[in-house]
Design a protein. Sequence first.
Length: 250
Amino acid sequence: MNFTWLDSNSWLVEIGEQRILIDPWLIGDLTFNNLDWLFKGSRSQDRSIPDNINLILLSQGLEDHAHPPTLKQLDKNIPVVASPNAVKVVEKLGYQQIISLNHGETFTLNQQVEIKAFPGSPIGPTLLENGYLLKDLANNSTLYYEPHGYHSPQLQEIAPIDVVITPIIDLSLPVLGPIIKGMNSALEVAKSVKPRFMLPTAAGGDILFEGLLVKFLQARGTVEEFQTLLEKNNLTTQVIAPKPGEKVMV
């Protein structure tokens, strides 16, 4: 498997001879409901859109996972696998092949990669978005992706998992509590599924964050602290933290 981190939650994953673009935010700014005074993410220059994409995989319908400006620029003939909430976004943008996955459902990409949806992040009081398990059917290697640190207990039934992409840095707001669950949640999933490698996601990368909300966000944890935490718990999992745009192979 090859992984290229494209900042924030965006990844290009090469697995089973397939190129899968996960939660892409590649061009333009990131805002929520166009409230840039509240929160705005930007970079000095747009990222190049990768070539030869076989699938777009969307875990959530929020803008930092289903980013409308980026999705408008991508080829609408690329198949999309998405949470039911993210399906609403790509339907409005005119995508031609959309597969909605509820929790527990699977989709097989070109007879090479199986994708299964698991319960993921809660968005509001009633909506539970998706995490995904990807399996290379040729060699049974597996990848699990969940971008906010909410991990289903069901994962333990399919342990071990080779690679886990999840946050390792906590991000919270006073009173409201965690927005992204990092250190402790990542440790628990590591104990549960015994991955060989973990790759952190949801960190900033080459992004500038502005707005009123940013002033109140509290971050805790580092890659080094998390690797030490794994070792203290007698886990052999290795943390790999690629730089934005860097391809790593596991």
